[in-house]
Design a protein around this ligand. Structure first.
Ligand SMILES: Cc1cc2nc3c(=O)[nH]c(=O)nc-3n(C[C@H](O)[C@H](O)[C@H](O)COP(=O)(O)O)c2cc1C
Length: 241
């Protein structure tokens, strides 16, 4: 079991529960685990626990891997970088759309389901951000119905799962109402390719990615670059104050 955490105290808690390793997710990534950036979250978690720590949030190249290893991580996790590969099953025009966004092209919003998510700042996401609760009510109910059909669950099963999620995560009734929004909005954007009615999850790394390599070529390139960077750094150790 490798839980994803956004704070050292959460890492300590899951380590005490017997987690095999922990993945930190800096604020540069999906946004669900808080806003602390990888550069601060990673060292605090490495210092706090004795289990292996994997670094995620903002990684896209070999320099990042070398930096994460230097901080004491055992490796890196990447979401946005793997989404933007030729192997990813996301529709081609959607991948091209991602490539057009810059470093300021994402926004963390809780408007989709009451929990924070980092999304590409599309017109649809801007409209979600601006819409009041009442305007969201009908589309929310429609998506709940779509989710019910897609998952094959009965209303009773959905209510039971929702209640146990509410108890386990302390979500409000409003957040529970919106819970089915996220899978449906992500499916509309990332699977159906409809950006006028769906959302596109993304880390800030989208702003520095400009091509779609295969996963194999990407991993080889990142490992080669990290090895070169670490060897070069070993020859020139210096500290700026
Ligand atoms: C399209 C997409 C969907 C994601 N969905 C989830 C999710 O459902 N739950 C979750 O905890 N993290 C999710 N993440 C976050 C990743 O697991 C990972 O922690 C994050 O992408 C790392 O940051 P990076 O994108 O900068 O590499 C998602 C990321 C992307 C890009």
């Amino acid at each position: 079991m490798i839980p994803s955490v956004g704070a050292a105290r959460h890492a300590e808690k899951v380590a005490a529960w017997g987690a095999d390793a922990v993945m930190i997710q800096g604020g540069e990534g999906g946004g669900h685990t808080g806003s602390i950036p990888t550069t601060l979250l990673l060292p605090t978690v490495v210092d706090a626990v004795d289990i292996p720590v994997i670094a995620a949030g903002g990684f896209f190249d070999g320099r990042g891997l070398a930096a994460a290893l230097a901080y004491g991580a055992v490796g890196i996790g990447m979401g946005t970088r793997f989404l933007l590969t030729s192997d990813s099953s996301v529709p081609e025009d959607i991948k091209q759309r991602y490539l057009s966004f810059g470093l300021d092209g994402t926004v963390v919003t809780a408007k989709a389901d009451g929990m924070p998510h980092r999304l590409l700042r599309t017109e649809f996401v801007n409209s979600l951000e601006e819409a009041g609760r009442l305007r969201q009510l009908l589309p929310t109910l429609r998506r709940s119905l779509q989710f019910k059909e897609l998952s094959g669950q009965s209303w009773r099963e959905m209510a039971r799962d929702g209640l146990s999620m509410k108890r386990g995560t302390g979500r409000s009734w409003n957040q529970m109402m919106l819970a089915a929004n996220t899978p449906m909005l992500l499916k509309a954007g990332l699977v159906d390719g409809d950006t006028s009615a769906g959302m596109l999850a993304s880390g800030q790394a989208v702003g520095v990615i400009n091509e779609l390599p295969s996963c194999e070529a990407l991993v080889d390139r990142i490992v080669d670059e990290a090895v070169l960077r670490l060897k070069a750094a070993a020859g020139t150790v210096g500290v700026c104050v």
